[in-house]
Design a protein around this ligand. Structure first.
Ligand code: C2E
Ligand code: CA
Ligand code: CA
Length: 740
């Protein structure tokens, strides 16, 4: 047997083989048709494309070949590539090169061979296309040889195509060169999602050493829920041999060796390697980025002082709660407002005020059952600070007004527990309005608006209370708006009038003064009491000017009566809160008195606890100036608010008006009776005068007399009446012409 010759350009030839991606010695399916055609065309049992490596020959494609040991030294093709044209061996036994070749003498029993070299574009013979038979053939014609050459060209074309396809592989550096020491985490994996290479950065990201990952499924690095999507995506990429139009997620949930999960950014690339797809995943730990995004989101949706959700976030969450998939999603909204917070802020300073707001926030968050930092993420309950001293709770799943109201009570009493800040023990009160969906509202704005109306209601009922929304509140609000519009006209047309209720000395029943009480002479509805329009008036833009008019009108009337039969009559005038805010009330009052020639003690201004607390930054100063000039200051509705007692010591008052609820309860209840007695005792000790409101019965009069209350006012003596009726009732001179 003759060994095939080694070729001069052997090195370049082997390089050509490598350039064609054939150094891996695997089959090239695109050559299968070529060998099938060859075998059929020449009626031979065996046809093959043999590639000749440095010492090995391997089949890139074949038909009819059994198990074969193919050392280069026994290969017919290794001889074929050494010559220019077609090598034909009609009978191997007759050929000195092959007669003792194991392929001839062994079970393969090769008796005929015809082969054509397959050339690279540079002309290097990389292998041969051949046909074989176990019978000799002396009839393999020149025409047959030409046809075999043609088939060889076809095979060469396909090899060239393969070379182009794999050229990117050739330029691709090895993994170690490419990513080995990179700090960017990189993994390569194959079509079966097996990790073929991974750098230290990628392995460490998942808590592994690279050696622990190679050969393992990529799933090792992923949370279970990602397996299916990624598997599908990769399978589709393999089928299409492309990543185009594939929806492969770019953010997945990664898994560390210790089982913990983290947000993992993933970018996939593919290329061909030895005819197969190879995937590259460039990874990124998104934990820090995610945290930053969360921080940003939190900042945008949270109140910086307390860490609670802010107003915008709260509205969003209410909306979400009502839009939740279940059609009868229930949710309660609680609106809370701290009582007298401004007072605390002013007397103890803003640092203490901020501390209180933070503590209240903590308590509300606890009540809502979440930690502050969760407020912006979960769909559950949420506490929010809407601004200033306004807070709100959203409680999904609570649709029963009573249940919601119980939570409101808990919120109020929770807030009311003492707060210790900077050595001060402070107590703050809160009022709360409650509304529930879907019973009372179907939309976020409506639900929050309802709770707001209920809150206003709670505040008018007194401090530290909660109130559940009822439809009448909305009707009242609508009515207020309507009245608000109508009030313009009322003021323009002089439909507002003052009524006067007499005040009497209890010991002898003589007239001591009058309280001016506003009425609306409505063209359609008749005479309206303040309850029907005062909320609209007080909350609207007309309050200040109407307040000035009341003051002026009442003073004019007082001056007239004092000149016409009641020389010492005192006029009581109720004030609106805004009158302390707009202009200079003290100066205005003194100017009004002067204008009507009244001494200061002819006027008694009536203020309520709400006015004092809501405008406590300006009220004391104004009252002190008026008090210093001798103007009377009466504390109206005394005893109904919880701050009444403490205000007695700090405000320059001259009189307490005992609220009619005590007067009316006094005879039936020992508790109410003792409150009245206590108020009277206290008034005496503070050197304040007293007047009891709402005296309706003789028995009440007698009891108040015996308790040594100074004055009284009530239906027993007279109802509020027009100035003319008042003049007639008390024998005062004919009616003053009312100023327009
Ligand atoms: P107020 O200052 O407590 O006025 C006393 C209220 O008690 C008046 O109601 C009066 O009619 C009523 N009243 C008097 N005696 C009795 C009695 O024996 N039994 C009962 N059940 N009620 C009695 P009115 O006139 O409806 O006024 C209600 C409230 O409206 C006033 O409460 C006051 O807060 C406000 N208001 C009335 N007029 C004015 C005003 O000109 N300016 C301001 N700022 N507020 C006013
Ligand atoms: Ca009053
Ligand atoms: Ca009153």
């Amino acid at each position: 047997m003759k060994c095939p010759p080694t070729l001069q350009s052997e090195e370049a030839r082997l390089q050509a083989l490598a350039d064609h991606g054939l150094e891996g010695e695997q089959a090239l399916p695109s050559l299968d048709p070529v060998v099938r055609i060859a075998a059929r065309m020449f009626g031979m049992p065996v046809s093959a494309v043999n590639m000749v490596g440095s010492d090995h020959v391997f089949f890139a494609a074949s038909v009819g070949v059994g198990e074969l040991d193919m050392g280069r030294d026994v290969s017919f093709c290794a001889h074929a590539i050494a010559q220019g044209g077609v090598m034909v061996v009609p009978d191997t036994l007759q050929d000195e090169r092959f007669h003792d070749n194991p392929l001839v003498t062994g079970p393969s029993n090769v008796r005929f061979y015809a082969g054509v070299p397959l050339l690279s574009p540079e002309g290097h013979a990389m292998g041969a296309l051949c046909v074989l038979d176990d019978r000799p053939h002396d009839d393999f014609s020149a025409e047959d040889q030409e046809r075999l050459r043609e088939l060889a060209r076809m095979a060469s074309d396909r090899l060239e195509l393969h070379r182009i396809e794999t050229s990117s592989e050739r330029t691709r550096p090895s993994f170690d060169e490419y990513a080995g020491n990179s700090t960017t985490p990189v993994v390569w994996f194959d079509e079966q999602r097996r990790v073929v290479a991974i750098n230290t950065a990628a392995a460490a990201l998942h808590g592994y050493h690279p050696a622990e990952c190679v050969g393992q499924p990529l799933d090792l690095l992923l949370a279970e829920q990602e397996y299916a999507t990624l598997r599908e995506g990769i399978a589709r990429a393999v089928a299409a041999a492309s990543m185009q139009d594939l929806q492969i997620p770019t953010e997945v949930c990664g898994r560390r060796k210790d089982g913990t999960h983290f947000m993992l950014g993933i970018a996939l690339f593919i290329w061909r390697h030895n005819g197969r797809l190879r995937f590259e995943a460039v990874l990124k730990d998104l934990t820090a980025q995610r945290r930053e995004e969360d921080d940003l989101r939190r900042q945008a949706s949270s109140d910086p002082l307390t860490g609670l959700a802010n107003r915008a976030c709260f509205y969003r969450r209410v909306q979400d709660a009502l839009l939740s998939p279940s059609p009868d999603a229930t949710a309660a909204v609680l609106m809370l407002d701290l009582d007298g917070f401004r007072d605390v802020n002013d007397t103890l300073g803003h640092a203490v005020g901020d501390g209180i707001l933070r503590e209240v926030a903590q308590r509300l968050a606890r009540l809502a059952g979440h930690a502050l930092f969760e407020a912006h993420q979960s769909r559950g309950p949420i506490a929010a600070r809407l601004g200033g001293d306004e807070f709100a709770l959203l409680l999904p799943g609570i649709g029963d007004p009573d249940a919601a109201n119980q939570l409101a009570q808990r919120a109020i009493s929770g807030i009311h527990q003492p707060i210790t800040i900077a050595g001060h023990e402070v107590r703050v009160g809160a009022s709360c309005g409650v509304s529930v969906a879907p019973l009372q509202a179907h939309e976020a704005l409506e639900l929050v608006g309802n709770a707001d109306l209920a809150l206003s209601q709670a505040k008018t009922e007194g401090r530290g209370r909660s109130s559940v929304f009822v439809p009448a509140l909305r009707m009242a609000a609508v009515a207020r708006r309507l009245y608000g519009m109508e009030l313009d006209r009322a003021v323009d047309k002089g439909e507002l009038v003052l009524f006067y209720q007499p005040q009497v000395h209890l010991e002898d029943g003589s007239l001591s003064g009058a309280e001016a009480l506003i009425r609306w002479q409505h063209p359609q509805r008749g005479l309206l009491a303040p309850a029907a329009f005062l909320p609209a008036l007080e909350g609207g833009p007309l309050a200040a000017s109407v307040g000035s008019w009341i003051l002026d009108e009442a003073c004019a009337q007082a001056a007239y009566w004092r000149r016409n039969g009641a020389p010492s009559l005192r006029m009581g005038v109720n004030l609106f809160g805004v009158q302390f805010r707009v202009g200079d009330l003290a100066t205005e009052v003194l100017a009004t008195l002067a204008r009507h020639g009244l001494p200061p003690d002819a006027l008694e201004l009536e203020i309520t606890e709400n006015i004092v607390l809501d405008h406590d930054d300006v009220v004391p100063d104004v009252l002190r100036r008026l008090r210093d000039q001798g103007v009377g200051i009466a504390f109206d509705d005394f005893g109904t608010g919880y701050a009444s007692l403490s205000l007695l010591t700090t405000y320059p008052l001259t009189r307490i008006k005992i609220d009619r609820s005590f007067v009316q309860g006094m005879l039936g209840s020992r508790r109410e009776a003792s409150v009245v007695r206590a108020i009277l005792d206290m008034a005496r000790s503070f050197d304040l005068k007293t007047i009891a409101e709402g005296v309706e019965t003789e028995a009440q009069r007698e009891r108040l007399c015996s308790e040594r209350c100074g004055e009284a006012q009530g239906y027993l003596f007279a109802r509020p009446m027009s100035a003319q009726q008042f003049s007639e009732a008390y024998g005062l001179e004919a009616l003053r012409k009312a100023s327009a």
